[in-house]
Design a protein around this ligand. Structure first.
Ligand SMILES: [Zn+2]
Length: 269
């Protein structure tokens, strides 16, 4: 599943390819990928030009000369940018571009979603629900984020996966951030102290930055379609691992809300 570093990597690659290109046609092969009225989507995107690509959390924001195409890759979504159409039943949306190339959206699980939005998009769903972005937002309000975290009486892992307080972390990076912060993922969020919340924030900034430098993580659940292979899988400390790199004890594997979670019982309290 692409998380912040993988989405940021997609953004950077597509930014090189798409800016200045006009969308001459939009072909939708599987309607449910489009999370707004299909004809509204097509009529607002057709004949627009890509002017920028931004990101917030795990959302890609394609800026058009008027309005925005918002895209969430969810589990398996990926883009191909090629000068020929792929003969592939998992390609669900095709954008024909003014240079003869095609931007194709593939999604084997069909969970990804796209919408067209205009106006003040950051105050509209889904972007208005997103919390602090550790890469975009820089400095953080520790008191505010601490208050939000201790208002939750559920596992800290679940709170961090939720995106409403901190956005961008998914299953892999939550495990890594909690390992780096010495916090057990099963701890209830309302049991954390302010220093622990600060450790989560500082670890999120560091780990996500390191992962972006390494172009994300390439593991079974997510591989690149744009010719960029991530290397951060070589730097994971706990996710998918069997032995703690610090104390050498066995890593515990447990499902939290259906997501396989890895942690060291000795180093994470
Ligand atoms: Zn350990």
């Amino acid at each position: 599943m692409p998380e912040l570093p993988e989405v940021e990597t997609v953004r950077r690659v597509l930014l090189n390819d798409l800016i200045g290109l006009k969308i001459e046609d939009v072909i939708i092969k599987y309607d449910r990928i489009i999370d707004c009225d299909k004809s509204y989507f097509i009529s607002n995107i057709k004949n627009k030009t890509f002017t920028d690509i931004k990101r917030r959390g795990k959302y890609l924001i394609f800026c058009l000369n008027e309005g925005y195409l918002i895209s969430h890759l969810r589990m398996e979504g990926k883009y191909f940018y090629l000068n020929k159409e792929l003969d592939n039943k998992h390609i669900h949306v095709i954008f024909n571009l003014s240079n003869g190339y095609k931007l194709m959206y593939q999604d084997t699980r069909k969970f990804g979603r796209m919408i067209y939005l205009d106006g003040d998009i950051y105050n509209k769903e889904p972007l208005n629900k997103l919390g602090y972005d550790p890469i975009l937002d820089g400095s953080y309000d520790l008191d505010l984020i601490y208050k939000k975290i201790i208002s939750k009486k559920i596992e800290i892992k679940t709170v961090l996966l939720n995106q409403e307080i901190i956005t961008g972390l998914g299953n892999i990076y939550v495990d890594e951030v909690l390992f780096s912060s010495h916090i057990n993922p099963l701890r209830l969020a309302n049991s954390l102290n302010k220093e622990e919340v600060k450790a989560i924030l500082d670890s999120s900034i560091k780990i996500l930055n390191d992962a972006i430098i390494n172009k994300g993580t390439t593991i079974r659940s997510y591989t690149s379609s744009l010719g960029v292979e991530g290397n951060y899988q070589n730097f994971l400390n706990v996710h998918t691992k069997s032995e703690c790199p610090h104390c050498k004890m066995n890593i515990i594997r447990v499902k939290i809300k259906g997501r396989m979670t890895y942690y060291c019982k000795n180093c994470q309290r």
